[in-house]
Write a protein that binds this ligand. Sequence first.
Ligand SMILES: Cc1cc2nc3c(=O)[nH]c(=O)nc-3n(C[C@H](O)[C@H](O)[C@H](O)COP(=O)(O)O)c2cc1C
Length: 297
Amino acid sequence: MRRSKAFTVFFMMVTLMFTMTACGNENEQQTTDLSKNEMTANEDGEDTMKNEDPAADNILVAYFSATGTTKSLAQYAAHILNADSYEIVPEDPYTEEDLAYDTDGRADREQKDSSARPAIAGGIEHMERYDTIIVGYPIWHGQAPKIINTFLESYDFSGKTILPFCTSHSSGLGSSDTDLHPLASNSKWLEGRRFAAGASREDVEAWLDEMKIVSANTGKAYSFDLENRKVMLNSGYEMPVMGLGTYSLSDEECYDSVTALLEAGGRLIDTAYMYHDEEAVGRAVRDSEVPREDALS
Ligand SMILES: Cc1cc2nc3c(=O)[nH]c(=O)nc-3n(C[C@H](O)[C@H](O)[C@H](O)COP(=O)(O)O)c2cc1C
């Protein structure tokens, strides 16, 4: 009877875990819906942001893409992070002829001209809302297109974190990221990443994870890492997804519950001197195969 009560407590914890997981799935759904966070230029050339949720505002994915490759990766990033995205649109759009490289066409000439600053149509009204800017661009002759210079010189990025990425036919990132640093010298620049044309959403997700880019929006789709039974908190800390509260459990119930938790792979135990159950918790941990240092309390 006492044993079954202990297991009831434990299974309540497991239920909580699945409830949290279900919330994660809902959020994933939400991130898909929020793909419409994309800013678009209105009739006056001013960009408007469809997302009204201020919690989603800490990250902006800004990108220039002449033929759509960079755009699709930027959109993956925005969806994964539930972030706003902003397409850097040239006032004078590039034609196929302009883009034909090694022809001394418009793009070729701009890349050779250190003072070239192609104008951007529209702009971002509230850059101060963002603390992290992900900047995407295609490699043009080993460098970021000059319109990225225009973008970086158009706003005050002081104190913001900038994470660049690029796509290219075959070139690596090269110095295309570090050459941009002087254009926003008071920012914290993270190391850039080059993606090939066929890069997947999973590639982008793995990169954002590696770079520890965390959205303030609780809808971040990859908060739950069920394989490793961890959840990323908005603070950036990782917490085990499954745990046990031992308050009010009697000696034997506590021992059985902790044993069941550890056997199921849980490592987070809430215990305290005031609960008068530390001895039972300690005994259960000692009797299990789990190293003491792996059990968190
Ligand atoms: C003017 C111009 C110059 C380019 N220079 C390079 C280059 O130096 N190295 C490279 O691998 N690809 C180069 N490319 C190819 C693009 O980087 C590649 O196709 C990119 O993924 C296109 O991205 P987008 O579709 O977002 O515009 C160049 C393309 C253009 C239009």
